[in-house]
Design a protein around this ligand. Structure first.
Ligand SMILES: [Zn+2]
Length: 298
């Protein structure tokens, strides 16, 4: 991959961001040029729009490209640590099964919870926290169109989910994984305004699909599991209507980690608070966490 380049504020620009800016500028210039020659018809506008949307959508669907800003998809390698992460809970049945499987082991995980479910099951949140695991937020409801929402709506969704976690456990979540992982320019702005760090993944089990077998989940994760990996799994189904395959796959997955000498830790431990975030005091005394790209981008 091409090296990331620093911008004026010292933040790194990903190659995908450069492609996005260059293609937006290029297509804009082409539109002006075509218009100046009096040739900008409906067909030309459609072709230019399709080209721009193709580039923009690639950035939304593949958050690891970091087209719209900093998103963490893996931790540093070298310490044989990974982060197992679980989305779409809490659910009183399936989340508790995940907690039972992790409990007696040395492995800890991160749970990206939905505010709506968190308010219904604060007791499960307290059990996650008491088990030594990390809590992040996944939005208030599972809004599949959230990447089209305005930054202030994204911020509100994050803050109301974070409030639910804080009311139940006393802990303020610092990490946000958008529903489906879709990340647009407004997602990045909303997350920044809410003071949370955006997190995607480097390995996933596709366990959120009904009918998936635990063996297929393990096989898929094992193939993409590296030192420093962030693994995306589910402790609940989006609509709580089935048990995600990761729940039964978890003991097998933990055995894979043990065999490979890897330990799962919470995201805060994997990423190291001082390493990837900077806390700034606002003039009103509010604390905001700003993510900062690691200098050794990989
Ligand atoms: Zn989800």
């Amino acid at each position: 991959m091409l090296p990331a380049m620093p911008n004026r504020s010292g933040r790194m620009l990903s190659p995908a961001r450069l492609v996005f800016v260059a293609s937006s500028t290029g297509l804009g210039a082409l539109a002006l040029h075509t218009a100046a020659r009096g040739e900008l018809g409906v067909a030309e506008i459609a072709a230019l729009s399709v080209s721009w949307y193709a580039v923009a959508t690639t950035g939304v669907l593949f958050p690891r490209l970091e087209m719209y800003g900093p998103i963490i998809s893996a931790g540093p390698s070298g310490s044989m640590r990974v982060a197992l992460t679980f989305d779409d809970g809490p659910n009183p049945l399936t989340t508790r099964r995940v907690l039972e499987a992790l409990g007696p082991t040395r492995h800890r995980a991160t749970f990206f919870v939905l505010g709506m479910k968190a308010r219904r099951h604060p007791d499960v949140l307290r059990e996650i926290h008491a088990g030594g695991h990390t809590l992040g937020v996944h939005g208030d409801r599972h809004d599949r169109l959230h990447s089209f929402r305005m930054p202030w709506t994204v911020r509100e969704e994050i803050l109301s989910a974070a409030r639910a976690v804080e009311v139940a456990t006393g802990v303020r979540p610092r990490f946000f994984r958008p529903p489906l992982g879709h990340t647009s320019v407004t997602t990045v702005r909303g997350a920044r305004r809410a003071g949370v760090t955006l997190v995607s993944w480097s390995s996933r089990g596709y366990d959120g699909m009904r009918g998936r077998s635990p063996e297929a989940v393990v096989e898929r994760v094992e193939r993409t599991l590296t030192d420093g990996a962030i693994v995306m799994l589910h402790d609940a189904a989006e609509h709580d209507d089935f048990e995600p395959a990761a729940v039964r796959a978890l003991p097998l997955l933990l055995a894979v980690l043990d065999r490979r000498g890897l330990t799962s830790v919470g995201l805060d431990a994997l990423l190291g608070a001082a390493d990837h975030t900077a806390v700034r005091e606002g003039s009103d005394g509010s604390r905001r966490i700003f993510s900062r790209r690691r200098s050794s981008a990989k």
